[in-house]
Ligand binder design. Structure first.
Ligand code: 13P
Ligand code: SF4
Length: 380
């Protein structure tokens, strides 16, 4: 969903960084336990400084669900994450996204109308049931559709578990010939990388392109496929390519290549380690001193790892800056503005999912959370 954030009044632009930081500290102190600030790993350092907890999409969804006492959850991340937080918290709690323009281009690649059209076509030609799985990087409407259709959400941390669940449910004997299928939304790369890691060959997968008539697939292709991957991608992770991996391998230093599973299949195949942002943080944090890491994920996280884990050699896999421009929308000014309004008794930029969408999307999210091991609230 593309939302528009009206420009902030000019007085916010005139505040110095010190004034903004002092103001945010003071608003946080005044709001006390009524407020929790959650920050995704791709946020800027200036924002992470104020986060009560940080994490990847899975950890933040679990943390949001645990915030039963906080009246306000300020979500420093993107729109679909704030929607998930609203779905997982009580009606009395308010979720706030400091800048409404913080969307996600991948989530926007699967509009609910396109998904429903695809579902009708795929159901007609599949020759058996299909289990829809949606990456949490999708709208609440798509999650609700998946919940209504007996599917589940997944994140990059638990996609294997969820896919195994879907395949087991679809093929209880595990003999592989039940003819059941998985529709994986909206990131083709996470879907392909995960199914392949579970041992499924590439020719068991087809790509459904919502911009092509009939998804660009023949009825025979749909019938023969085991996985139907939606043609969506992350505009940040698609910037990593094989040439960059080759260039890193050509250096004298013994770099480990560590990438996010939103990267293309051939990049993941040539990497040493593949995993979610939380996995990336843990892997580098626990690596021996003086080890070398070329990391294929969002630049703010990579730079933070390089700064904080200076006993290791951490660099971006690409020579270009791989920036999530929507995550970057959240900054000190917008955080200050959102908190200042809360102090004044006004809730700005509340992300509120309607009740019907909430009911069904919660089913899809709860199925995922039941499968994923829970994460305790932890410091950054
Ligand atoms: P994770 O937080 O699940 O690793 O996903 C990365 C991402 O692209 C978030 O938008
Ligand atoms: Fe969306 Fe990619 Fe940005 Fe994550 S990093 S919010 S998937 S565009």
């Amino acid at each position: 969903m593309v939302l528009f954030q009206a420009p902030l009044p000019v007085r916010y632009a005139r505040l110095s960084e010190d004034e903004l930081r002092a103001g945010i500290h003071s608003f946080k102190d005044q709001l006390g336990k009524r407020l929790v600030i959650l920050g995704h790993h791709y946020q800027q350092d200036e924002v992470i400084e104020f986060a009560d907890a940080t994490g990847d999409s899975l950890k933040l969804a679990q943390l949001a669900a645990q915030q039963t006492n906080a009246e306000f959850i300020v979500f420093c991340g993107v729109h679909f994450m704030a929607e998930s937080a609203d779905i997982l918290t009580s009606d009395a709690q308010k979720v706030i996204l400091p800048d409404l323009s913080a969307g996600c281009s991948m989530a926007d690649m699967a509009h609910i109308d396109q998904v429903e059209e695809a579902w009708a076509l795929l159901s007609e030609h599949a020759g058996g049931p299909i289990t829809p799985i949606t990456y949490v990087n999708s709208s609440a409407a798509v999650k609700a559709f998946v919940g209504r259709s007996d599917g589940a959400c997944c994140t990059s941390s638990n996609a294997k578990m969820v896919l195994e669940w879907a395949l087991q449910g679809a093929d209880p004997d595990g003999d592989g010939d039940a003819g059941h299928k998985v529709l994986f939304l909206p990131d083709q790369h996470l879907g392909r990388n995960t199914a392949y890691a579970l041992g499924w060959p590439l020719d068991s997968m087809v790509v459904y392109d919502p911009d092509e008539p009939e998804g660009g697939l023949t009825p025979e292709q749909i019938r023969a496929a085991r996985f139907i991957l939606w043609k969506g991608h992350c505009s940040v992770h698609q910037l990593f390519n094989l040439q960059q991996v080759k260039s890193i391998r050509a250096l004298d230093e013994p770099y480990n290549v560590l990438v996010h599973p939103e990267c293309a299949w051939e990049v993941c195949q040539r990497a040493d380690y593949v995993g979610s942002t939380e996995y990336i943080v843990k892997t580098v944090r626990e690596a021996p001193p003086d080890s070398y890491w070329a990391v294929g994920t969002e630049v703010h996280l990579v730079h933070r790892l390089a700064d904080r884990l200076a006993d290791k050699h951490v660099r971006l896999l690409a020579g270009i800056q791989c920036l999530c421009t929507t995550m970057y929308r959240i900054d000190l000014k917008h955080l200050y503005w959102a908190l200042e309004n809360l102090i004044a008794g006004r809730v700005v930029n509340q992300i509120a999912v309607d009740d019907e969408t909430k009911r069904w999307s919660r089913i899809a999210l709860d199925r995922m959370l039941e499968l994923a091991p829970s994460q305790p609230v932890s410091a950054k």
